[in-house]
Every structure is written in C-alpha cells, then in structure tokens.
Design a protein around this ligand. Structure first.
Ligand SMILES: [Zn+2]
Length: 309
C-alpha cells in the first residue's frame, strides 16, 4: 500500500488532474468531460489492454474511442454504466483499436432497457482495410460474423459514417448535439486509413490522435489547437532506438513534444505504450520537454483524467 500511495503521490505531482478512476469517483460527476483509459497498450500482449477510452460527458459515459482487445474486461472492472453510450469514434481499423467492438456491442446491449441507435465514425476504405460502414456490417450485419447481435438484449441500429482519409481533406464537424461538438481530420498511419478526433463540451476540449506517423502532424496540430488535453500515442522511442519501419507508423517523442507546443495544448497524456517505451519514461519526458513545457502524464489502464479542471 505504501508503494501505491507513493505512486499516486508522484502521479499527482507530475500531472495534478490525473489519478486513478477509483480515487476520482467523487469528482468525476463534476467535470464536463473526463477520459477513462480502458486500454493504454497495444498491439503486443504485455499486460495492458489495447487502445480504448470512454469519454464521460457530465459524469456519464457517452463516447467510446477505439475498442482494442481488453476494453470489455476493463469496463467490467470499473463497473462502467454503458447505458448512455451512443457514439463510437474509431481512429483506424487495426485489431489493437477495434478487436473488442463486437464484445462492446454485446456488453452495451445487455445493459440496455430499450432500443439503441449507435452513431459510429471511422475512416474510409483503402488497400486491405474496409471502410468503417463495411467493417461494422461484416461484424453485425446480415451474413456477417455476429448477425444475432442486432437483437440480442436490445434492438440495435448502427448509423455509420465513413470519414475522408486523404491528408488534404478538410477538418469536419461530425456531431453537434446539445453542446457536444465532435470534429475530425485525416491522419496517416502507414498503409492503414486513419483519423483523429476533437471533442468539445462546455468550454473544454480533448483531442485523441489515434496512431499516426509524423507526416500527419500538421493536421493534428490544427485539430488540437489550444485543446485542454491531447492524448497521443507513444509507441516508439526517438530514432534510431526503435525499429526503422515503426517510424512509418508512429510519431517519436521529440516530434510529439513539438506538436504539443505548436498546437498550444494545455496538457499531454501519452498512451499506447509499447514494451520498449515502458521503461524509458525519463528519456521520453526529456525528449518532449525539449519543446513542450506543459504537464505530461503516462496513461495506465483504468486511469481517469478530468479535462480542463
Ligand atoms: Zn495501435
């Protein structure tokens, strides 16, 4: 327990708004937006769930961002009430960001009293990757993997919008619902179509990069302008410390710091941690500090971060 207390103290000192979901239960209801990390790892199995987040709006879980394997388990461990989750934002369709989507539909339907209409957003098709509407259809549509899910526990309707994936596509607003604003822009993640999201509510803003290589940073910097919280993947170390091919998929820490500085974000949460990054927090912080002076925290599964408070 002493170790845990010391850890929480250090965490609070480094990033005063971040602490465990359990310890912020009382304050959770007051933050307009709060991010609960379901999965801070991926794609390698080393004890973290893969990329997935729940966004609480006025203390109620409303938005699922990515659905990596392990999200289902973390939802249960946290006792999250899914009954108001109606919006799903998928950054890309790699397994470590989407593998638990069917399990999420299952869990959500079984916590519902009535019909569910999902608003699902994700990238358009390219190469080996289907567009998001086709992906959802392949999962739960007629002739898909789990067609029974549409009426299992609740009647479900899936409204899916495929988002533009060329880097020169304009930033768009995809949702404007009673003050909840969601915007997106195309990013770049090797050969995998990808997008990033910006969520604003009651004057606070969070941005989620998803996985992206450095070629998409100009788009991300525009999307994240003056955001209160930027969640950025940290899957590689600065070159040449990670395998060369990974830099075609991910942004190294030094460039993450530059992007955080250029966009003027107020705080940075590093997630999607890889095994070789996990033991290098000091080096990663140093790289980011070269450009960015704001608070920096490392995500762990079940971490809860109120936005802008
Ligand atoms: Zn990933």
């Amino acid at each position: 327990m002493k170790l845990l207390a010391a850890f929480l103290f250090i965490l609070a000192a480094l990033f005063p708004h971040a602490t465990s979901a359990a310890t912020t239960a009382a304050s959770a209801a007051k933050a307009p937006l709060e991010v609960v990390v379901l999965g801070s790892g991926g794609p390698r199995p080393f004890g973290r769930a893969s990329a997935s987040y729940i966004v609480m709006v006025d203390g109620t879980p409303r938005i699922l961002m990515d659905a990596g394997p392990g999200a289902f388990l973390r939802i249960g461990e946290l006792g999250l009430d899914l009954s108001s989750v109606d919006t799903i934002l998928l950054t890309h369709l790699h397994i470590d960001h989407s593998g638990d989507l069917a399990a999420f539909f299952n869990a959500r339907a079984l916590s519902s009293d009535g019909p569910i209409t999902y608003r699902i957003f994700g990238p358009d098709a390219a190469g080996l990757f289907p567009k998001t509407s086709r992906f959802v259809d392949l999962l739960v549509g007629d002739g898909g993997e789990f067609p029974y899910q549409k009426t299992f526990g609740a009647d479900e309707k899936f409204i899916v919008k495929d988002l533009a994936i060329n880097l020169d596509s304009p930033q768009t607003t995809i949702l404007d619902d009673h003050g909840l604003l969601i915007e997106e822009v195309a990013t770049h993640h090797g050969d995998c179509p990808s997008v990033a999201y910006r969520i604003t509510y009651k004057g606070v803003t969070l941005v989620y990069s998803g996985d992206m290589d450095a070629s998409a940073l100009p788009n991300l910097v525009r999307l994240a302008k003056n955001a209160d919280l930027l969640i950025f993947n940290c899957a590689v170390l600065d070159p040449p410390q990670s395998p060369e091919q990974l830099y075609e998929l991910h942004t190294p820490p030094r460039k993450i710091g530059e992007a955080a500085h250029l966009s003027g974000v107020k705080s940075l949460l590093l997630s999607h941690t890889a095994p070789d990054v996990e033991g290098q927090e000091v080096a990663v912080r140093k790289s980011i500090r070269a450009s960015y002076a704001g608070p920096v925290a490392f995500a762990t599964d079940k971490l809860s971060v109120p936005v802008g408070k």
